[in-house]
Write a protein that binds this ligand. Structure first.
Ligand code: SF4
Length: 320
């Protein structure tokens, strides 16, 4: 992995940003250990991959699959699923594990995005769709209404499609959580990302361990019928006991589904990798989580929060 200098860009919407979210910093001196064999993915494409690509491009949509350099893009797009990323490609935050570009969109929103996303879901005949977004601290409601409008239009055009929303924390604003949880979605997700001790080292300073727990608990309180979901990435320096403590905190806050995956460092400017977690360890964490009471724990080296999301309720580790 090469050291890359700070790169400033202007995206297709005219918003200025730091490419990949991180400036050159002290992490760059720390090398990345060699990838173990279980993390090497074979690129396999089928015609669906190109169909999804065509829809994403023609409707001017963003996907987290591309923006976050997700390692599962071939598998998911070939299976006809994509995770749409709403409200642009520039995040107001700069988490140290994330490769989304960072800047200030200053209130910019694509007003056509809700309808274009709903039409893309219709053309792609998706039975399950995951929507996520960048954090938009520049919008008074954090973008909750725009997010909710997109869910409603998807449901209008695709009444049988289930929607999972992986949302920003809306700075903990309960009114924004209310807007979203009552818009007709099936699954509400907010990622805790890491254990309590590492939160400020890993996530943007405006994010918070307790804030994420509060957001998840509030969503369950407002609408208990909507499933709640969160995700942890491992390999950032957490200990086993800290992982268990995090699971306990999530259970106490009534979180239904947990996903656990390996952190992959996007560039040398991002947080270093402390360890490669083995497939056996992931299986063990799954069993611990299930014993603690999660409805399902999807756990494996390549698991991401939206990976095989439609299969999370099959209760078989999403078929892994
Ligand atoms: S808030 Fe989300 S999109 Fe923004 S930098 Fe953090 S992880 Fe990436």
């Amino acid at each position: 992995m090469e050291i890359i200098a700070t790169t400033k860009i202007t995206n297709r919407d005219g918003i200025k940003a730091i490419k990949n979210g991180q400036k050159l910093n002290k992490f760059a001196d720390i090398p990345t250990p060699k990838k173990p064999s279980w993390l090497k993915v074979k690129a396999e494409f089928n015609p669906n991959f190109h169909k999804v690509k065509e829809q994403v491009k023609s409707k001017q949509l963003y996907t987290v699959c591309e923006e976050a350099h997700c390692p599962n893009i071939n598998e998911c797009w070939s299976a006809g699923t994509a995770t749409f990323m709403l409200m642009g490609s520039v995040c107001t935050r700069a988490c140290k594990f994330c490769s989304v570009d960072t800047g200030n969109p200053n209130g910019w929103l694509d007003k056509e995005e809700p309808i274009n996303t709903a039409k893309a879901v219709e053309i792609m005949k998706l039975k399950y769709v995951v929507l996520t977004s960048v954090n938009r601290d520049d919008l008074p409601d954090g973008g909750a209404q725009h997010f909710a409008d997109t869910v409603k239009l998807i449901k209008e055009l695709n009444p049988n499609t289930a929607v999972e929303a992986l949302t920003p924390d809306f700075k903990g604003l309960f009114s924004s959580i209310d807007t979203l949880v009552n818009c007709g979605l099936e699954v509400f997700a907010q990622n805790i990302e890491t254990v309590k001790r590492l939160t400020h080292q890993v996530r943007d300073i405006r994010a918070g361990y307790q804030q994420t727990l509060d957001v998840l608990a509030e969503s369950k309180r407002i609408n208990p019928k909507v499933l709640t979901k969160t995700s942890i990435i491992l390999g950032l320096g957490e200990t086993d006991i800290e992982i268990e403590n995090t699971m306990d905190d999530l259970i106490k806050n009534k979180v239904d589904i947990l996903t656990i995956g390996q952190y992959l460092r996007p560039t040398r400017n991002h947080h270093p990798i402390e360890r490669w977690v083995t497939p056996e360890e992931f299986e063990n964490y799954r069993e611990i989580g299930l014993r603690k009471g999660f409805l399902e724990v999807v756990s494996g080296p390549m698991v991401r929060s939206s990976y095989r999301a439609e299969r999370a309720l099959q209760k078989n580790n999403a078929g892994l």
